[in-house]
Design a protein around this ligand. Structure first.
Ligand SMILES: Cc1cc2nc3c(=O)[nH]c(=O)nc-3n(C[C@H](O)[C@H](O)[C@H](O)COP(=O)(O)OP(=O)(O)OC[C@H]3O[C@@H](n4cnc5c(N)ncnc54)[C@H](O)[C@@H]3O)c2cc1C
Length: 444
């Protein structure tokens, strides 16, 4: 294989990981990152921010030999713990015994990927903001933030891993027959913290993802290794209960007392954090094609989704796995690699975007409902008995490498069957009967 000079804009999670895959194939790889080197500075004011990593992400990390090391610092979350308003708890396993999603530090993982990239010979350049590009040539102009100087970067291939507001994608948007959509959802989010208890231990069940489902909004919490939890409130920007109506910490506190009392009791710095932590928006980006000439997009730059399935990074990491497979298949035929990549991944990116919105409704609303928990119990039992016939949608997305588009297709079929099952008279009494099992089998 001919060694190429490949430039990447963005040393985020996906850009850093992709750079290692490209280096493994013998290319000269340069990554230009807009921010300073996160390994030397704390960008989040010392806050812990975590992400849920699952099987697609693990596979991609395995491909560069990093999964074992990350596993040591990741916290398994085996189930959802739902907190009702009165503080009572209910539980729902994510998968079969020992199946878990993993809470990992976003900054820690990103920094480790950068470190590995550098150790393997990738050239990292910080404080470099991509301003524009000549897409057909794969040439980009970067401005160094400290010196203020702009310079041109040339190479055989230019890759935009520069996130949801990608500068390279913006350049593509100006070209003919480039389709693009950007949708802000009506909810935003704010992060809050539950610190460790006096003994340094987690103050709620550690190996779980906690949810306070409240219909049109929700609070969630993921554990951190230091004994704290990062909580995220997903909440409308406008309306009766919204960021718009909670203007002061006192208003927010009073709302939390009613809605999330048990969580608030564990947040000693609530007032300060409510004021200091930003309220951020959530956007869905779709576009096509994903390359023009010698410039290509990957990760959030080509498909940003809402975070409710915990699959944004995982799908970006899966992009890297697929990109690597295509390099193996097509060797030096770069036009074919780029064409196959976008053709192959676009339906899956669209599917996970839809699935993520759908999971928002499930998390914020349905997980608080008895009927939904019963439905999940029926599905789990049926799946245990007939694993070849029924894999629950959540498991297909999270614990398998089934294409997202295929998971969505099968999930819709399962929905129709479960709607019929849940409508059976006295389903709560007959849920584990042979009659229910036979009906499900007959519908498959
Ligand atoms: C609240 C929230 C929770 C989430 N939780 C999860 C989760 O649990 N699991 C999961 O899988 N995903 C989750 N995600 C999604 C995940 O964060 C993203 O999908 C992932 O970060 C995408 O990685 P990326 O490298 O493509 O983009 P980014 O992480 O955005 O990285 C882009 C990089 O490019 C740099 N950059 C930007 N512009 C330029 C420029 N002009 N020039 C040079 N560099 C530039 C940026 O500084 C950044 O370093 C969550 C997202 C949010 C918002």
């Amino acid at each position: 294989m001919n060694s190429k000079k490949i430039n990447i804009a963005g040393a985020g999670l996906v850009g850093s990981l992709l750079s290692i895959y490209l280096k493994q194939k013998g290319h000269e790889v340069h990554v230009y990152e807009h921010r300073p080197d996160m390994r030397k500075t704390s960008l989040d004011g010392g806050r812990s921010i975590n992400l849920a990593l699952s099987d697609r992400g693990w596979k991609a990390l395995e491909g560069v030999g990093l999964s074992e090391e990350v596993r040591k610092i990741a916290i398994p979350m085996y189930r959802r713990v739902m907190h009702a308003k009165d503080g009572s708890l209910s539980f729902q396993s994510y998968g079969k015994e020992k199946q878990a999603i993993y809470s990992v530090s976003r900054g820690g993982l990103n920094a480790r990927l950068m470190q590995l990239a550098e150790e393997r010979g990738v050239h990292l350049h910080f404080d470099e903001k991509c301003l524009s590009a000549e897409l057909e040539k794969g040439t980009a102009t970067f401005k160094h933030k400290l010196s203020g100087e702009a310079h041109e970067v040339t190479g055989d291939l230019l890759i935009g891993a520069d996130g949801a507001f990608s500068a390279l994608r913006q350049q593509m948007q100006k070209t003919d027959r480039f389709s693009y959509s950007q949708q802000y959802i009506e909810h935003g989010y704010k992060e809050l913290n539950i610190p460790p208890g006096k003994d340094g231990q987690h103050q709620m069940e550690k190996e779980a993802l906690h949810i306070w489902p409240r219909g049109s909004y929700m609070l969630i919490a993921l554990p951190n290794p230091d004994g704290s939890f990062t909580c995220t409130l997903f909440f409308p920007f406008e309306g009766e209960n919204s960021f718009g109506t909670l203007q002061t910490p006192a208003q927010a506190r009073s709302f939390f007392e009613t809605e999330f009392g048990d969580a608030l009791a564990l947040m000693p710095d609530f007032d300060e954090e409510w004021t200091a932590n930003p309220t951020s928006s959530l956007v869905i980006i779709r576009c096509y094609p994903w390359h023009r000439g010698k410039t290509a997009l990957i990760g959030d730059a080509s498909h940003a989704i809402v975070p409710f399935y915990g699959q944004g990074m995982n799908s970006g990491f899966e992009d890297c796995t697929v990109f690597n497979q295509l390099m193996e298949e097509h060797g030096d035929n770069w036009p074919e690699i780029l064409n196959s990549f976008e053709r192959n991944r676009k339906p899956d990116a669209d599917a996970i975007a839809d699935l993520a919105m759908r999971n928002f409704v499930e998390m914020r609303d349905l997980t608080g409902q008895k009927a939904f928990l019963l439905q999940k119990k029926i599905e789990a039992k049926f799946s245990d008995k007939h694993p070849d016939k029924w894999v629950p949608l959540y498991s297909m997305v999270t614990f398998s490498h089934t294409r997202y588009s295929e998971a969505l297709r099968i999930g819709k079929k399962q929905d129709a069957i479960m709607k019929e099952i849940m409508a059976l008279p006295e389903i709560e009494k007959i849920w584990d009967s042979e009659e229910v099992e036979a009906l499900m089998l007959s519908r498959l």
